[in-house]
Design a protein around this ligand. Structure first.
Ligand code: ATP
Length: 785
């Protein structure tokens, strides 16, 4: 037996020993959880028997409550333990299949013994809880594995820095408790393993990258210092993967004080939520909260206004033409800016003195409190108080006024009519109330009077209730009309030093038209909500400690400023790629990833692209400014193909042929990517009779394997085995922002990229050296050159 075989056997023996320990732990836990389950069922069944219920005397009631509380706590404690145990069982079962993926042999400076550190998705102690059989990948010592090749190395613990030497760095592929592969690695974490992971088919769910995290990704994952961490990473560089690993890391590192409830991820679309949903559970952690910016804003804006989605805005932007279109595009860009925010801020300050509009409060058609009265009251309050504080005082005053009106209303005629409409349960309620008052006696005159009093009170109170609720929700402030005065009056705009876009007058008219019709364009949604909060208060969210923003290049400076106000004490991680900025505002404004961002921040740049094969990355980097900074990962594949055709029928033909070829090659997710939804729908209706194909729209919440049609902007963040660009012609992709859209579309491909151009190919393709793709031309008579 040679040295290698012996080593393999030794390693397998160790795996067997660890798996044996895992099995022991599992069997003990299964026994315990079985007992606990029975106990929980038992407590639930006998809940009332174990509680002393006695409601005779006030003291007894208190005692009953205490007994109930104790029993409920007892039950929930058991249920919690049950939950924890089943999580432990899940983790152990995963470990049983694949206990670890890495090992380093480390000798600490000043010591002579070598520690073998085995790294897996979770820690495991030996039988006596003395030694670690497996270290969690997030443990301080595990960072050695990700950060250093063999040789000198160091890692930080909470209060110390430990240095020493790595003498071995090894990777394993273990499945079914059996070692399938084993490599000793040098500089980076095994090109070998990464090659094989990346060569697999695309998945409908993102995978954890824990076994192959690269050093620069590890810097993102383990960053603990930065309040604001900005990651600029090229397409496919693992930004989203690193973000999710970072969530898992933080949950581990701060497990005493941080839970998944304290972390929120803003993702680009609902589809993305399901795409990334499995990564954390695979690592034994719960998913953080997830939302999209649209959902977040829309929920807060309530349902009085219809809000355009960012995708509707994108469709408009990509399809539109004409005068109104030019105005709207300028509006999109201007309203994204901090210049515009400053104008809104100034407008807000001016409202401290005058100008807020209120809504009349009416009851049964009668005016109870006029908007003028409210205005008078509001502006008579101490002007050193900010607007939201004064609004609260006004609300209190309105509620007390309403109470006064409510009392007067009880004696009105309409109340008697309404009393007749009351049903039995209302009478019963009043009856009980009287009994409680201890004054009820069937035959006294007084009690009947009192009963009527209570009934009147009830009728009026029921009618006033919705009004009071509206006051508590501050509906008396006429946000919409106050906001409109920003556009309809000139006092601010005429000030010096105000930077306005050339089409400002047209933008004003257009905006007023939209808002009067209760429609908020996407570019107005954030300013409007920001303005609303200026009047009603920002209600800072302090339960969220970490905010992650993926695809951060698509957030405008105004949107980011808004999020900062909402999450003032949260740490933020922004991840994105300037080359994938596709919203109109990015044309004029710096994106959040820009070096010039004002906020203090730490920046990490990822330049290596892992998703696509080397030929695809070589192709895509050639038409991007700064493309020379993009480094492909060394994975071979076919050159991208450009098929230039003369008419639409041939396009269809070619798409179908490419689909068939890709399916024969074994590719499981194939996307036909179009520029817009409009185009996607047309393509879908043309193809659906010939192949089994799905159309993805912004309502799609999960994505399945197979063949699909999708607009480029919805494919953000996800990946496919093969991508077919439906029309890569110059007519489609020519403008500057379309360069980014085209880049985003092409970089979704892992293994194959096929472009069809109806007519002249896009200028961006022409910028790529010819040897980097295969170019075919098909004439109407189907002759290929
Ligand atoms: N260290 C790694 N080990 C294994 N796979 C990796 C690693 N880093 C990235 N990948 C893979 O590369 C692909 C791209 O990763 P990811 O989607 O996180 O990149 P991204 O930077 O968010 O991309 P984009 O900006 O284009 O959406 C995924 O398939 C991911 O699993």
């Amino acid at each position: 037996m040679n040295e290698k075989d012996k080593e393999w056997i030794d390693e397998q023996n160790r795996v067997n020993k660890v798996v044996h320990e895992i099995k022991n732990k599992l069997s003990k836990l299964n026994q315990k959880i079985g007992d606990l389950k029975e106990r929980v069922i038992d407590i639930r069944k006998n809940f009332w028997e174990d509680v002393t219920v006695n409601l005779d005397e006030p003291d007894d009631v208190i005692e009953t409550q205490a007994s109930l509380k104790q029993q409920a706590e007892f039950l929930s404690e058991r249920e919690r333990s049950h939950g924890q145990m089943s999580e432990q069982i899940n983790t152990l079962e995963r470990l049983e299949d694949s206990p670890y993926f890495g090992r380093i042999d480390f000798t600490e400076t000043g010591y002579s013994d070598v520690d073998s550190i085995y790294i897996g998705i979770s820690s495991l102690m030996d039988e006596n809880d003395d030694d670690f059989l497996i270290y969690d990948w997030r443990a301080p010592i595990s960072s050695l594995y990700y950060d250093y090749p063999p040789g000198e190395a160091k890692y930080s613990t909470v209060d110390d820095e430990i240095s020493g030497e790595i003498t071995l760095k090894r990777q394993y592929i273990i499945r079914n408790s059996t070692i399938k592969g084993m490599f000793d690695t040098g500089l980076t974490i095994g090109d070998h393993l990464l090659q094989s992971v990346l060569g697999n088919n695309a998945n409908t769910k993102m995978k954890s990258i824990v076994a192959t995290i690269q050093r620069e990704q590890n810097q993102i994952i383990r960053n603990e210092k930065s309040e604001l961490l900005i990651v600029q990473g090229v397409a496919g560089s693992g930004k989203t993967s690193a973000a999710l690993q970072r969530v898992a890391y933080l949950l581990y590192r701060y497990r005493e004080v941080l839970s998944s409830e304290n972390i929120v991820l803003f993702s680009p679309n609902p589809l993305f939520n399901s795409y990334v949903a499995k990564v954390l559970p695979e690592l034994g952690e719960e998913n953080m909260k997830q939302t999209t910016l649209f959902n977040y804003l829309d929920t807060q804006l309530g349902n009085r206004l219809t809000v355009e989605t960012p995708f509707e805005q994108m469709e408009y932007y990509l399809n539109g033409t004409g005068e109104n279109y030019e105005t709207r595009v300028q509006s999109m860009s201007y309203k994204a800016s901090l210049d515009f925010k400053q104008l809104i801020d100034e407008f807000g300050f001016s409202l401290e003195q005058d100008g807020i509009k209120f809504r009349n409060i009416r009851f049964r058609g009668d005016l109870l409190i006029s908007n003028q009265q409210m205005k008078q009251y509001f502006y008579s309050l101490d002007r050193s108080l900010n607007i939201p504080l004064r609004m609260e005082s006004l609300a209190k005053w309105l509620l007390s006024e309403l109470n006064r009106f409510e009392k007067l209303e009880r004696n009105k005629e309409w109340v008697v009519e309404e009393m007749e409409l009351l049903d039995k349960s209302d009478y019963l309620e009043v009856h009980n109330e009287l009994q409680e008052e201890n004054r009820f006696s069937e035959d006294t005159f007084d009690d009947h009077v009192r009963e009527e009093e209570l009934l009147r009170k009830k009728v009026v109170a029921d009618k006033f209730k919705p009004l009071k609720q509206k006051i508590k929700r501050m509906y008396f402030v006429d946000i919409k009309n106050t906001y409109l005065t920003f556009y309809t009056t000139d006092h601010l705009i005429n000030k010096k030093n105000v930077k306005l876009p050339t089409r400002w007058e047209l933008i004003r008219t257009q905006t007023v038209d939209y808002i009067r019709n209760n429609y908020l364009t996407w570019e107005d949604a954030t300013p409007y909500l920001y303005f609303q909060k200026m009047l009603l208060g920002f209600n800072a969210n302090r339960t969220i400690e970490h905010v992650f923003i993926d695809e951060a290049q698509d957030y405008s400076p105004f949107q980011f400023a808004y999020l900062k106000r909402i999450f003032p004490s949260s740490r933020m991680t922004l991840l994105g790629d300037m080359n994938q900025a596709i919203y109109a505002h990015a044309l004029y404004e710096e994106t959040l990833l820009s070096e010039n961002i004002q906020e203090k921040h730490e920046r990490i740049t990822l330049v290596r692209s892992y998703r696509s094969t080397q030929p695809i990355v070589e192709f895509t980097k050639s038409f991007m400014p700064n493309g020379d900074l993009i480094e492909p990962f060394n994975r071979d594949g076919n050159k991208p193909v450009l098929m230039e055709v003369e008419n639409r029928d041939i396009v269809n033909d070619k798409v179908l042929r490419a689909i068939e070829d890709f399916q024969t090659m074994g590719h499981q997710t194939i996307a036909v990517i179009c520029k817009t939804m409009h185009e996607s729908k047309m393509v879908y209706s043309r193809l659906k009779h010939s192949v089994d194909i799905k159309l993805m729209d912004e309502e799609t919440h999960t994505f399945q394997q197979g063949l699909l049609v999708i607009p480029a902007y919805l494919a953000k963040g996800i990946e496919f085995d093969a991508v077919i660009i439906h029309n890569a012609s110059d007519a489609e992709y020519h403008k500057e922002l379309e360069r980014n859209l085209f880049y985003t579309a092409c970089t979704r491909a892992m293994h194959e990229l096929y472009m069809i151009s109806l007519g002249e190919p896009s200028i961006f393709i022409k910028q790529v050296p010819k040897e980097k793709y295969a170019h075919f031309k098909v004439h109407a008579i189907q002759k290929e050159q």
